[in-house]
Write a protein that binds this ligand. Structure first.
Ligand code: FAD
Ligand code: SF4
Length: 478
């Protein structure tokens, strides 16, 4: 009998070295080579009951596409992924796989809070396959239907939910117009996630692809200000999809929080990523980066803000530091593990179990210090994580000449505030029928962060896909 071949070793993804990458905004993770992808795919056990699939919010047939990679059938693998996910090159770069498919992989012990290192690197394989599709101009065929071609659907918001819904509808022959409030498309993919995690050529490629499919994008157009939903219906749109996102920042409520040089993470990241502050003076929106930057929070947004701040400091060339202040410990941090590791490698400092109480300003009103209380962990709260309990009398002060508050985002309510017929919950999120994603207004559907609050890109796309199927059914009944 032929001896069973040993499974290959875990493949280490290529990365741009930390000391050099912090001096710019080039991509950090460089992905698998073809040889590495083949080897990583061969590590997959091809389980009889592949748990990874249920760990994927859109149910990609992970086992099948990995098998196709083992056969070097990258084209087949690409189309397998595209059955469920329109943007594999994006998701392969930014999906928190360690909390999703990799955590569910059989190679992670049951009950672990995130993926074991030996779990299959599904996301890096997805990225490899997605990039293969992009580089080889693989196109998914459209199902043009003359019946649907007579309909026009408005999509509000060009984030992952909006562009996913637009793509699904356009592929079925529907005429789609995407209205975007900002001057550029992509939502958080453009203004929030820095280019060193998601290079803009990848995002541009996907948006251009939608344009080629006939999707029209209208930037600088805020629905609720320039036009109402009623006006869109009157203009002949048969249905509307709302992918408004959660773009309203939360604040701490700490004393001195409105001193100069204290930013919400959204504003800080928008200035840098969307307005290209890192290319000043070529672009005219500089950030007066401090020597002692404090970022408050423990999620992806905090990690992005800290890594951006550190880069701006390095590009300035003065001795400086960037520190993340988080009120729990590293274990409770909701950010992707990979991003935490990258931040550490790059030199971001961490102070755990600290709660900001006050920002102290100079005579001109600029922040110069932050006063905090130390904390200890108490009983688990509603999130299941142990809650931070401040320790009385443990106050301390730290130098801080620029602070970024990254403690959460809330629903973008520009449209919902002027449309009382749209039912919202106590957080301002849209209430939808979970089967169809239809809102309280007939013919108006929604998905992404505006439904259920801050989530992930793939979750936003999952909701948009569900909504697009419901929109098709709705149009067919018209
Ligand atoms: P958004 O991406 O917010 O897009 C909404 C769009 O709608 C915006 O462009 C907005 O301008 C537009 N809009 C809103 N109201 C109107 C209106 N009335 N008229 C016209 N346009 C309007 N998720 C991950 O999976 N992985 C990550 O690594 C990750 N990192 C993140 C980092 C940061 C800094 C942030 C903020 C989030 C991150 N997330 C990540 C979360 C993820 O980006 C979101 O879950 C996702 O973008 C939600 O998509 P969306 O389409 O619902 O909303
Ligand atoms: Fe492969 Fe893990 Fe999925 Fe099993 S659970 S099929 S090992 S990726």
């Amino acid at each position: 009998m032929e001896a069973k071949k040993p499974r290959p070793e875990i493949q280490q993804v290529r990365e741009f070295e930390a000391a050099k990458r912090v001096c710019g905004f080039d991509e950090v993770v460089l992905g698998f080579t073809q040889e590495q992808a083949d080897k990583e795919a061969l590590r997959c056990l091809q389980c009889k009951n592949p748990a990874c699939i249920s760990g994927c919010p859109v149910g990609i047939d992970i086992k099948k596409f990995i098998y196709q990679v083992t056969q070097k059938d990258y084209k087949g693998a690409y189309f397998t992924i595209r059955e469920k996910n329109d943007f594999p090159s994006i998701c392969g770069r930014i999906c928190p796989a360690e909390y999703q498919c990799r955590k569910a992989c059989i190679l992670t012990k049951k009950g672990s809070s995130f993926a074991a290192p030996e779990a299959i690197n599904v996301h890096f394989l997805e990225r490899f396959v997605g990039d293969y599709g992009m580089n080889n101009d693989l196109e998914v065929s459209s199902e043009e239907s003359s019946n649907l071609a007579k309909f026009k659907v408005a999509v509000v918001g060009s984030g992952p939910a909006g562009i996913c819904c637009a793509g699904e509808l356009a592929r079925r022959g529907v005429k789609v117009v995407v209205f975007e409030g900002l001057h550029k498309t992509g939502g958080v993919l453009r203004y929030g996630i820095p280019p060193f995690r998601l290079p803009r050529n990848i995002l541009d490629f996907e948006i251009d692809y939608l344009k080629k499919m006939g999707v029209e994008f209208i930037p600088n157009f805020i629905i609720g200000k320039v036009k109402t939903l009623d006006e869109l219906f009157k203009e002949g749109f048969s249905a509307i999809f709302l992918g408004l996102g959660a773009g309203t920042p939360s604040f701490l409520g700490a004393q001195g929080e409105n001193l100069c040089n204290i930013y919400s993470a959204n504003e800080f990241l928008t200035r840098v990523n969307l307005m290209s502050a890192y290319k000043f003076p070529e672009f005219h929106t500089p950030v007066n980066i401090g020597r002692h930057v404090v970022v408050i929070g423990g999620g992806n947004t905090a990690m992005d803000a800290a890594r951006v701040a550190l880069r701006l400091q390095k590009m300035n060339g003065v001795a400086s530091d960037t520190t993340i202040f988080y009120r729990r410990t590293e274990v409770e941090m909701p950010a992707r593990r990979l991003e935490i590791e990258h931040a550490k490698e790059e030199g971001v400092k961490f102070r755990f179990l600290v709660k900001p109480e006050e920002f102290i300003g100079d005579e001109k009103g600029f922040v110069k210090k932050i006063r905090c209380l130390k904390c200890e962990l108490g009983e688990p709260d509603s999130s299941g994580r142990r809650s931070p309990v401040p320790i009385g009398g443990s106050d301390f002060e730290s130098d801080c000449d620029l602070a970024v508050i990254a403690v959460g985002l809330k629903a973008n309510q520009i449209l919902t505030k002027v449309t009382p017929q749209l039912k919202t919950d106590k957080y301002g999120d849209l209430v939808v029928n979970p089967e169809t994603m239809e809102t309280s207004v007939g013919g108006v559907f929604a998905g992404g962060d505006i439904v259920g609050g801050e989530g992930t890109v793939i979750e936003a796309m999952g909701m948009a896909k569900k909504a697009s199927s419901a929109i098709i059914n709705y149009l067919k009944k018209k």
